[in-house]
Write a protein that binds this ligand. Structure first.
Ligand SMILES: Cc1cc2nc3c(=O)[nH]c(=O)nc-3n(C[C@H](O)[C@H](O)[C@H](O)COP(=O)(O)OP(=O)(O)OC[C@H]3O[C@@H](n4cnc5c(N)ncnc54)[C@H](O)[C@@H]3O)c2cc1C
Length: 261
């Protein structure tokens, strides 16, 4: 058995179409706002969220809506107010895509429960016959790590014995798929797998809060430590209200001032 660690890599994020933004801004007569704010806000996701939010009240300038007497000039002030009011729907305009590698099926089973605002592509154990069965050993099992390792080796051995009963060279792809899917039933839940997970920022804020809570499972907390660090670094205004607290097992809890926007 090879040992492994869950790893999160950010692989994509929302990008602006600059020509389209410019055209929209001109049609909204909001060029003054754009020319003032865009140079101060290079973060495309945060800019898009602010742009979309301001469209609701035409709050790019008081001259655009006679009902306005003042607008929040600054992006930080604007987005903080959005979070404080709980106007989270505009956070759905921008998404982030993560590759979450070497995480167990225990983890993937939990993350797929978060349905709102996500997209998921998980490596298939129907189509992919595993060549290596690697696992992350939770620290709670450190004192029985050797026995745990032996148990996994035994499962792997029995899997290989069953696998060798089939003449894979002569099987059609459909037959291979069916037998691979049948055989996976003896593989451990802790087996490392890979998942591509996309979420919008409203969802991300909620899942970071829930899944770094001390009551969440240790592996998902480890993964969302990494997700939270990426979000706080890459989208500083959208996650400015999160505070980080170290837990006894050296993972971190990230708690927002404004929960569930
Ligand atoms: C510590 C912990 C322990 C858990 N233990 C268990 C367990 O023992 N058994 C178990 O089955 N699950 C368990 N779960 C999973 C949990 O019940 C939720 O399914 C999971 O956390 C998804 O969160 P969510 O319901 O907020 O949905 P999300 O998809 O993250 O949605 C976010 C929010 O959108 C709204 N929303 C989403 N979908 C709908 C909808 N269809 N209709 C109306 N509003 C919606 C809700 O306000 C929801 O909170 C646990 C979760 C945690 C964090």
């Amino acid at each position: 058995m090879s040992k492994t660690e869950p790893l999160v890599i950010k692989i994509a994020e929302t990008k602006l179409d600059d020509a389209g933004v410019r055209r929209f801004i001109e049609m909204y007569n909001a060029t003054n706002w754009y020319d003032r704010v865009r140079p101060t806000q290079p973060n495309e996701s945060e800019f898009l969220i602010e742009l979309a939010g301001r469209a609701c009240y035409k709050s790019y300038g008081v001259e655009l809506n006679p009902n306005l007497t003042r607008i929040r000039e600054d992006s930080r002030e604007y987005l903080t107010n959005v979070l404080a009011k709980g106007d989270g729907s505009i956070l759905e305009h921008a998404t982030v895509t993560f590759a979450i590698l070497n995480a167990s099926r225990v983890f993937t089973h939990e993350i797929v429960r978060h349905r709102a605002g996500t997209a998921i592509s998980q490596e298939s154990l129907r189509f992919v016959r595993p060549q290596d069965i690697s696992l992350w050993i939770p620290p709670d099992l450190n004192k029985v790590a050797r026995e745990f390792d032996e148990a996994v080796q035994e499962i792997t051995k029995r899997y290989r014995e069953l696998e060798s009963q089939f003449d894979w060279e002569k099987m059609t792809f459909e037959e291979k798929k069916r037998v691979t899917s049948a055989l996976r039933r003896i593989l451990p839940d802790g087996m490392a797998t890979n998942i591509i997970w996309t979420a919008n920022h409203r969802t991300l804020r909620w899942v970071i809060e829930m899944r770094t809570d001390p009551s969440a499972e240790v592996e998902i907390r480890k993964v969302f430590d990494q997700v939270a660090e990426i979000c706080i670094k890459d989208y500083p205004l959208l996650y400015a209200d999160f505070t980080k607290t170290e837990l006894p097992d050296r993972t971190f809890q990230y708690t927002p001032k404004f929960s569930k926007v």
